[in-house]
Design a protein around this ligand. Structure first.
Ligand code: FMN
Length: 188
C-alpha cells in the first residue's frame, strides 16, 4: 500500500467511526492540557469526519471542564484503537467549540434522543452531589438540554498510523503542510 492509499484508508476508518454504525473508531480517547498543566484524558464519541477539511467533530456539554481547558490551550491528542486489526491511530490537532449556531442546531436535531438526555442534567459535569440520583435527569426536566449542548471541532495537524498485524508491522506519519497532507514511513 502506498502512503496516499494508506491516508485514504485511514479516513475510511474515521468516516466509519463517525457514522451511526458502531465501529472500533467510534469511541476515542481525547487528551487535553489540564489547567494545572497535567494531562487530562477522557472518552468521546466521534460524530463527524471531514477529509477535505481535515476535521473531526464531537458533542459535549458546554459546562464541561474540557471546554475551559481548550479555551486556555486548544491543543489536543486523540487515540483510537482497533484491537482486531492491531491498528492504532494517534491524532494531534487544535480543538474549539463550533461557533456556527445553525450547525449546532442541525446536529442537535439530527441526533438520536437518548444521546441528548445527558444535556438535561441540572448539574455541570464534575459537580459534587450528595447522592448519585441527584446527577440524573429528572422525570420532568426543566429543559430539553439544548442550551448545554455544543459541538467541538478538531482541526487535525498530524496523524500517526500504526499497524502491528503479525508479519506486517507498518507505521506512517502524516502532517498537514500548508493545507496538504504529507506522509512518511517511520519505524514502528
Ligand atoms: C462510552 C462513553 C462515551 C462518551 N462520549 C462523550 C462525548 O461524546 N462527549 C463528551 O463530552 N463526553 C463523553 N463521555 C464522557 C467523558 O468521557 C467525560 O467523562 C466527560 O465529558 C467529562 O469530561 P471533562 O471533565 O474532561 O470535561 C463519554 C463517556 C463514555 C464512557
Amino acid at each position: 500500500m502506498t502512503l496516499p492509499e494508506l491516508h485514504a484508508s485511514l479516513w475510511d476508518h474515521l468516516r466509519l467511526g463517525a457514522s451511526p454504525t458502531r465501529s472500533p473508531f467510534t469511541i476515542w480517547q481525547l487528551a487535553t492540557c489540564g489547567l494545572d498543566g497535567a494531562p487530562q484524558l477522557r472518552s468521546i464519541v466521534l460524530r463527524e469526519a471531514d477529509q477535505a477539511a481535515g476535521t473531526l467533530v464531537f458533542h459535549t456539554d458546554r459546562r464541561s471542564p474540557k471546554l475551559a481547558e481548550l479555551a486556555a490551550d486548544s491543543r489536543v491528542a486523540m487515540l483510537g484503537l482497533d484491537l482486531d486489526r492491531h491498528l492504532q491511530l494517534r491524532l494531534n490537532g487544535r480543538a474549539q467549540p463550533v461557533p456556527d449556531s445553525a450547525r449546532v442546531q442541525r446536529m442537535w436535531s439530527g441526533a438520536r434522543p437518548h444521546t441528548l438526555i445527558l444535556y438535561q442534567t441540572p448539574h455541570a459535569p464534575g459537580t459534587v452531589i450528595a447522592r448519585p440520583q441527584d446527577g440524573q435527569v429528572q422525570s420532568q426536566p426543566d429543559t430539553d438540554g439544548f442550551e448545554n449542548f455544543t459541538l467541538v471541532e478538531v482541526v487535525l495537524e498530524a496523524i500517526d498510523y500504526l499497524d502491528l498485524s503479525p508479519g506486517r508491522h507498518r507505521r506512517a506519519r502524516f502532517r498537514r503542510d500548508a493545507g496538504a497532507w504529507q506522509g512518511q514511513w517511520i519505524a514502528p
